[in-house]
Structure formats: structure tokens, C-alpha cells
Design a protein around this ligand. Structure first.
Ligand SMILES: O=P(O)(O)OC[C@H]1O[C@H](OP(=O)(O)OP(=O)(O)O)[C@H](O)[C@@H]1O
Ligand SMILES: O=c1cc[nH]c(=O)[nH]1
Length: 194
């Protein structure tokens, strides 16, 4: 197993600044803007983006976070709630105080891969209200979609093999900011590994 760093802390900070500016450009009426992050690292990124957006717009942009564990379509196989130690960790969802109804929700996650997390997140949001629209911001799009989603704001497009993993590390969770590609040990003749 080997790892290559593709974004360091400065790159990550510049990337978030760019995404914040893109969001502002595409929201002529910022009063409808709401930011919602997906646990765990998507919520951390959403909080950072919300701080930048609030500064740029000179108004407090509403911020929420959600845990999609109970909405996953693979809940039965992954387990949840702690019965299976390999299952997803359940966090609280904080959307009650967020004006989702009619809003322009910018959903934030660290990695976009199959798209299943995003499908679950949209389902979760609709339990709290009917947004006017939902846009997606991700730090990394690594390809390999299994559902028809694309991101509106992408920090970095990172073509990957399925045997690889993108590791997003954030100061608040991991002690440092970094994006790295971890290479698996797939056989070199395996077309999926290229
Ligand atoms: O598009 P998808 O195929 O749904 O994959 C993307 C999701 O997967 C990751 O979480 P993961 O379940 O790997 O757990 P993590 O929080 O430990 O990174 C990542 O944080 C995204 O939320
Ligand atoms: O490579 C991947 C795939 C899913 N989630 C991640 O964080 N990285």
C-alpha cells in the first residue's frame, strides 16, 4: 500500500476559497442560500465554507449537517447503530433550525464516488422540507458513479482506479489538512485497477 499527497493544506484552503466564490457568483439572491454538510468530513468542510460565505456576503448563512447512516441503501449489509463494528457510525442530524423549505441548499461532502451517499442525503433533506433547489459541492470527484449525480462545485477532479481510495484528512478530525490517494495492491493485469 502506498499513498501520494495530491492536495496539501494550502491547496485545500485555496480550493475552498474558490468554491466559496463560485457559490456566491451563482447566488444572485444570497438570502435563499443554506449550507448542509454530510458527516463526518463533509460537515467540517461545510462549516469552513459557511464561514467564508458569511464573510463574503456579510450575512450569517444558515448551516446544517446530516447523518445519512439510516438512509443508506446498503444499511442491511453494512449494519448501523453499533451492532456491526464495521458499520457506519451514527451521528446526530442538525437540520431542525435550518430553513430548508424553498431554500437553495448547497450540500457539501468530501468525496463523490458512487453517488449513493448523495442520494441518501437528498432523501434525508426532504424529510425536513422541500428545497427550491439542491446543489452539490465536493472537495474531490473521483469518478465511478453508480447513480446519475454530478457536482456543481468540484475542488479537484481526481481520476482513480476502483482499487484506490481517496483519503481526505482535515485538521478538526485528523490533525492535519491533506488529500491523498491510497493505492491498493490489485493485480497489475486487473483492468479495474488502472
Ligand atoms: O459516493 P459514495 O460511494 O457514497 O462515496 C462517498 C462517501 O464515502 C465516504 O465516506 P465512507 O463511507 O468511505 O466513510 P468515511 O467517512 O470513513 O470516509 C465519503 O466521506 C463520502 O461521504
Ligand atoms: O475513495 C474513497 C471512496 C469513498 N470515500 C472516500 O472517502 N474515499
Amino acid at each position: 500500500m502506498s499513498e501520494t499527497t495530491v492536495l496539501d493544506g494550502d491547496d485545500l484552503s485555496r480550493t475552498l476559497a474558490r468554491i466559496a466564490h463560485e457559490i456566491v457568483e451563482r447566488h444572485p439572491d444570497p438570502s435563499e442560500l443554506v449550507v448542509v454538510g454530510i458527516h463526518t468530513r463533509g460537515a467540517v468542510l461545510a462549516a469552513r465554507l459557511q464561514r467564508r460565505l458569511s464573510e463574503l456576503l456579510d450575512r450569517e448563512v444558515p448551516l446544517g449537517d446530516l447523518d445519512i447512516a439510516f438512509y443508506r441503501d446498503d444499511l442491511a449489509t453494512r449494519g448501523a447503530g453499533g451492532a456491526d463494528p464495521a458499520g457506519p457510525v451514527i451521528h446526530a442530524t442538525h437540520l431542525d433550525a435550518v430553513p430548508v423549505e424553498g431554500a437553495s441548499v448547497v450540500l457539501v461532502d468530501d468525496v463523490l464516488y458512487t453517488g449513493r451517499t448523495i442520494r441518501s442525503a437528498i432523501e434525508a433533506i426532504f424529510d425536513y422540507g422541500r428545497p427550491g433547489r439542491v446543489q452539490l459541492a465536493v472537495l474531490v470527484d473521483r469518478g465511478h458513479r453508480e447513480l446519475p449525480f454530478r457536482a456543481d462545485y468540484v475542488g479537484k477532479n481526481l481520476p482513480t482506479a476502483t482499487a484506490e481510495r481517496v483519503n481526505v484528512r482535515l485538521e478538526e478530525v485528523d490533525g492535519r489538512d491533506e488529500v491523498a490517494i491510497e493505492r491498493g495492491d490489485a493485480h497489475p493485469d486487473d483492468p479495474e485497477a488502472r
